[in-house]
Design a protein around this ligand. Structure first.
Ligand code: ZN
Ligand code: ZN
Ligand code: FE
Length: 765
């Protein structure tokens, strides 16, 4: 099938023969499309068979002109445009060039080579960088991006560095963070009282020794601190989990080399390229078992995937070369707060977690977490957009067909969990780095800082703010206090707008928004919604049957409450007698909950598919309480057998508005559980049923294009199953690529939906 790939390449790719190279390559592969220079590099569109496009992407990386330096490489697949030929287009207006702040980029091969060369003056220097690599966004204080406006301003360049900086033929010409051991930052090892125990390379060697001895350490990196320990040391990880109060949420890992990753995980070509890319994200990889480098079972308990990254800063390279074993490298924070960026703050916040701190004196000006990506059906799917990607704009023409004044600056406030913000300036939408859950003082402070940052960096004052319709979100309240026009966008409408816009879906489509929680137009909690979007009119056309959530918010952390609500909706008070309820609540709890359910107090109604996952997880006794978001659904996914093709019955009611009734599913699950059918079968049948539900609803409407968004589609069993089944039935399916499918994609969607008209005719079941 013909597909179209959009490739955005940043770096030194202009004036080095890049366009003729792409032209020849495209011609050889008989691709149609174009290449043009833009303000940060080149933009390429290629049309052809998917396999040919994959080859095209690989050849660009492998055969690029030797002078070309790539510092960013993002691509996404789209519907074909029916180009007639491959052309080199005239360059775009570059008036916006100076406003672009680049992301932090992994060390380049040239710098790595110098760092390993004993006769180089930057031999083993942890802050080596050049025009093509190193920190950017994390050290910018103001624009223009100039040394005096970065956190390097207090380091006076030595004459050697200054000469390189001033020499237009040097690869460090105007590299703002340029430094060497004589004039630049250095590292120190501190104990948890802040006492310096070692400095310079000895600090690194001592850190390595401490990690090997099972100590918990904090490491100042590019966008903040990591907590680091030996990934194969059970005791160290258990200690870290206890101190960080992180019971079993998976930890990210850093491996010493690509080879070592391949030893432990399955790595395909796309995943390999991601690991080695300038963005250098955490890649979710399917793990192999039984390798000598396999991490401890406590690193990612019960999880068939590992979140893996390679060293990306020179400091990481030095440490990993000495260690030569995988380490846990998790954001240094308490629960979901933003990462610590300052050593004194780290000492204060982490003194009871880390025993030693490897710090340096190059200030980090803003937190930027590691990005997280996975590959789904041959396409990249960004789950957390941060280091390496932020704060670059997404070059999507989302204003096709919209009425919003193109010169209006729009700020999108985002959601509550996994928050990011976005700002539209001219035709660009800048999406911020992942900020996190706006539930702590630290996160809310970071949120305000990011908004101030964006206004400063892009010299823009928002004229309109788009926000979630949830009245109690921090982002909503914050928006309400700004004295500018605002508009509310329903949460799931924003999800669909986000996916539709990033995929450049033209014309009408059916949008499926499945997630944990979102404030509905009828003030109930939504999360199992379908919409038809045509010409900016978004119509809510289908939802799941609702059930009460006893305790409201608390139910998110206790899947047993979802199970109770579901059973109560089906069986009224006799639900309280079910073994799953009797076994998992105390008598006192049951009598209180019964009263709440009967009187409908603090029992909001929900149509959330995320809560349905929770309920089923509870019925299968997988999780009654959870300690991180999505845990029960993840467990249910990982439990599912991939060989089971069976499913359960369900009903669809209504004509103009469809209600999905899950009651037959739950009845059959209860009966399967009673007859001793294993969880792997029940879970697979449950997943298969949800996949069939999406097909059945899709078949009722006359839409060829189906857009999938919301946190539930992080579940790859569900996502891949839906894609397969819909494609077999000749639907065109779109899911997220560069924008997160979880609430990290809400801000982008809020901008895309800024002038959508939303209609809803909800009928009660
Ligand atoms: Zn470099
Ligand atoms: Zn120097
Ligand atoms: Fe959501």
């Amino acid at each position: 099938m013909t597909s179209r790939v959009i490739i955005s390449i940043r770096g030194a790719v202009q004036g080095v023969g890049f366009r003729p190279f792409i032209y020849r390559l495209a011609s050889e592969l008989q691709l149609k499309g174009f290449i043009k220079n833009n303000s940060t590099g080149v933009l390429i569109e290629g049309e052809g068979e998917k396999q040919t496009l994959d080859n095209f992407i690989n050849f660009i990386r492998e055969k690029k002109p030797s002078l070309a330096k790539i510092t960013g490489f993002e691509f996404s697949f789209h519907e074909k445009n029916s180009y007639k030929s491959f052309r080199i287009l005239e360059s775009e207006e570059t008036s916006e060039t100076s406003a672009f702040i680049l992301p932090d980029i992994a060390i380049c091969d040239d710098c790595l080579r110098e760092m390993k060369n004993p006769s180089d003056r930057r031999y083993m220097y942890p802050f080596i960088n050049c025009t093509n690599c190193g920190p950017r966004f994390s050290i910018v204080e103001a624009i223009p991006y100039d040394r005096k406006n970065t956190s390097m301003k207090n380091f006076k360049m030595c004459s050697y560095c200054q000469n390189e900086y001033d020499d237009p033929t040097n690869r460090r010409y105007h590299a703002q963070p340029v430094a060497c051991p004589e004039c630049g930052p250095h590292v120190e090892l501190w104990n948890n009282k802040g006492k310096v125990t070692e400095t310079h390379h000895n600090a690194i060697l001592k850190l390595v020794e401490l990690i090997k001895a099972g100590e918990i350490t904090a490491l100042k990196g590019i966008g903040g601190f990591h907590l680091v320990c030996d990934a194969q040391n059970d005791d160290a990880i258990i200690k870290m989990r206890e101190r960080k109060n992180r019971i079993d949420k998976p930890f990210a890992l850093m491996f010493p080399s690509l080879e070592s990753v391949k030893d432990v995980c399955y790595v395909d070509k796309i995943e390999e390229n991601l690991l080695l890319s300038p963005e250098s994200p955490i890649v979710l990889l399917k793990r192999k078992y039984s390798s000598i480098l396999s991490p401890s079972k406590y690193a990612a308990p019960g999880n068939p995937y590992l979140g893996v990254m390679l060293p990306y800063s020179p400091l990481h390279h030095l440490i990993m070369k000495e260690l030569n074993i995988p380490i846990i490298a998790t954001s240094a924070n308490i629960s979901e707060e933003p990462m610590c960026i300052d050593e004194y703050e780290a000492l204060e916040r982490l003194k009871n977690i880390a025993d030693y701190f490897l710090i340096h004196n190059r200030p980090i000006l803003r937190h930027i977490d590691d990005s997280v990506v996975r590959v789904v059906k041959g396409k990249v799917m960004v789950i957390r957009r941060a280091r390496g990607y932020a704060p670059l704009p997404l070059e999507y023409d989302i204003h096709n067909n919209t009425k919003t004044d193109n010169n209006q600056v729009i700020l999108a406030a985002g959601g509550q969990l996994k928050n990011s913000i976005a700002m539209k300036v001219g035709s660009n939408v800048f999406v911020s780095q992942h900020i996190g859950d706006l539930e702590t003082h630290e996160a809310c402070k970071a949120y305000k800082n990011v908004i101030d940052d964006f206004k400063m960096l892009y010299k823009a004052e928002p004229q309109l703010i788009v926000k979630d319709s949830h009245p109690d979100y921090f982002s909503t309240k914050f928006s309400n206090n700004l004295k500018i026009d605002s508009r509310s966008i329903q949460h799931h409408v924003a999800h669909i707008a986000s996916c539709k816009a990033e995929n450049q879906v033209k014309g009408s489509c059916l949008g499926v928004a499945w997630d944990g929680t979102g404030y509905g137009l009828d003030k109930t909690i939504w999360g199992g919604e379908f919409f038809i979007v045509a010409d900016n009119v978004c119509e809510h056309i289908c939802s799941c049957r609702q059930f009460p959530l006893p305790g409201g918010e608390i139910a998110i952390r206790e899947p047993r409450r979802s199970a109770l609500g579901l059973l109560y909706e089906m069986y009224d008070s006799s639900a309280l007698n079910f073994p799953v309820i009797q076994n998992n609540f105390t008598f006192e709890e049951i009598s209180i909950l019964e009263k709440m359910l009967r009187n409908k107090t603090n029992c909001p109604m929900t149509s959330s598919v995320g809560r349905l996952f929770d309920a089923v997880s509870s019925l299968l006794n997988l999780n009654q309480k959870i300690n991180f978001e999505g845990q029960a659904a993840m467990n249910l996914e990982f439990t599912a057998s991939s060989n089971e093709t069976g499913s359960y019955h369900f009903n669809l009611f209504g004509d103009s508005f469809i209600t999905i009734d899950w009651q037959p599913i739950i009845e059959e699950i209860l009966s399967d559980v009673n007859s001793g059918i294993g969880n792997s079968i029940v879970s697979a049948k449950f997943h298969n049923t949800l996949i069939e539900i999406i097909l059945s609803v899709s078949l009722k409407f006359n839409e060829e294009k189906i857009v999938l968004s919301g946190g539930c589609f992080q579940n790859s069993y569900l996502l891949e199953g839906v894609i397969d089944l819909l494609e077999i039935n000749n639907f065109k399916v779109f899911w997220h690529q560069r924008v997160p499918t979880n609430d990290g994609g809400i801000a982008f969607g809020q901008i895309a939906a800024a002038d959508w008209i939303v209609r809803s005719k909800i009928t009660n079941f």
